[in-house]
Ligand binder design. Structure first.
Ligand SMILES: CC(C)(COP(=O)(O)OP(=O)(O)OC[C@H]1O[C@@H](n2cnc3c(N)ncnc32)[C@H](O)[C@@H]1OP(=O)(O)O)[C@@H](O)C(=O)NCCC(=O)NCCS
Length: 358
């Protein structure tokens, strides 16, 4: 049996934050962010909305798109780097909130590559006959770990006050990574179908030696106690990022993984219709695209309006492309991503033909 995507859905939060909004609380500019990353605006949830809330909404939308109900789901795979709590993971909450019965759940921790690894897990469950219907969700609420404190009310346009000197210094100290991210969620329903379509193959790689390219150094078993005021005061709950190192590794690994997946499936680069690549920033996309050797139209970007939504970028983009009619019967699509860990890879996917879709 092959794993075929039969439905997709998104859940995006209401609060749009532009680069100019960020420039109100830190030393940055629309020009700097746009030219370095491609991001024009991103969205954030209101306080009180957790990752599992967005994830459950996206899962329900994807099920509705597939014409299914909660009771039809055998397994739920959730990828996030911003879970509701330290533990448990969000998959159980998503299952419960979306009414997915007692389906088996899996929580994945591959950050920006989480949805990619989730597609492969769904394929394994379906191709081995362990499940007939799997929901894979990528979801993030980054808002809680952005270092803006009370200045959030300025960012969201709910206060006209100027930031304090301390707020501006702190936001500026974290500007290199904080301007990249946005909240969002999306899901795909994968179902067992006979035929040579659906997921054709996957290449998944991890090199733990590069885990420090982007990591959150505090809050974990490395520390005793695992969370305390000293870690917060030292800012260890915020990520540290080697932006140049990430760029170099991402632009090499994603094209290599796509080529390897194509070769393993006996497909040529010229047969690829779309590359659905992680939306970390437009310069990475462009570097990866040139190394892979595909046209700009074949490797779309939507980072301008969402920012980097980590595990949610692939399914949000794929959902948009389906809605725009860019994924047609028989389309050959390569999903590819690179994430903190470091994890990367590619999943090759063939949309069923018109006579095979049922
Ligand atoms: C983060 C990234 C955009 C930074 O771009 P860059 O051109 O490499 O910029 P640098 O880090 O060299 O910083 C250049 C200058 O811009 C400043 N700068 C950093 N962020 C800024 C911001 N938001 N606004 C204005 N200036 C900023 C730096 O402080 C530095 O100033 P200095 O020269 O006075 O020290 C780039 O490295 C990148 O895209 N890396 C990949 C990161 C990524 O995708 N992360 C997501 C993880 S999966």
């Amino acid at each position: 049996m092959s794993a075929v995507i039969t439905g997709t859905g998104v859940a995006v939060p209401p609060n749009v934050v532009t680069n100019d909004d960020l420039a109100r609380i830190m030393d940055t500019s629309d020009e700097w962010i746009r030219s370095r990353t491609g991001v024009v605006s991103r969205r954030f949830v209101d306080p009180g909305t957790a990752t599992s809330d967005l994830a459950a909404e996206a899962a329900l939308a994807a099920l509705s798109d597939a014409g299914l109900h909660g009771g039809d789901v055998d397994a739920v795979v959730c990828a996030t780097m911003t879970p509701d709590h330290q533990n448990p993971g969000i998959a159980g909450a998503v299952q419960h909130k979306a009414g997915l019965g007692t389906a088996a759940v899996f929580d994945l921790r591959q950050q920006c590559a989480g949805f990619l690894f989730g597609l492969d897990l769904a394929d394994m469950l379906i191709s081995t006959g362990r499940a007939a219907t799997v929901v894979v969700v990528g979801a993030e609420v980054h808002a809680g770990y952005l270092p803006w404190g009370d200045a959030w009310e300025i960012v969201l346009g709910r206060s006209d006050r100027a930031p304090t000197a301390e707020e501006r210094v702190r936001a500026t100290r974290h500007r290199a990574w904080s301007v990249l991210f946005g909240d969002g969620a999306a899901a795909a329903v994968l179902q067992a179908r006979a035929g040579r379509h659906g997921i054709l193959g996957s290449v998944l790689r991890t090199d733990g030696a590069h885990a420090d390219l982007i990591e959150v150094p505090g809050l974990g078993s490395r520390h005793r106690p695992y969370a305390d005021a000293a870690q917060i005061a030292a800012g260890l709950h915020h990520p540290t990022m080697n932006g140049a190192g990430l760029y170099r590794m991402a632009v090499e690994t994603m094209p290599a993984a796509v080529r390897e997946a194509l070769a393993a499936a006996g497909c040529g680069l010229d047969e690829l219709d779309l590359v659905v690549a992680h939306q970390a920033n437009d310069r990475i996309l462009e570097g990866a695209r040139r190394r892979l050797g595909v046209d700009a139209a074949a490797m779309p970007s939507n980072i301008a309006h969402w920012g980097n939504t980590t595990a949610a970028t692939l399914p949000i983009l794929y959902h948009e492309l389906r809605r725009q009619g860019r994924v047609g019967p028989g389309s050959l699509v390569a999903f590819t991503s690179f994430g903190a860990g470091a994890h990367w890879g590619a999943v090759l996917y063939r949309e069923p033909g018109t006579d095979e879709a049922a």
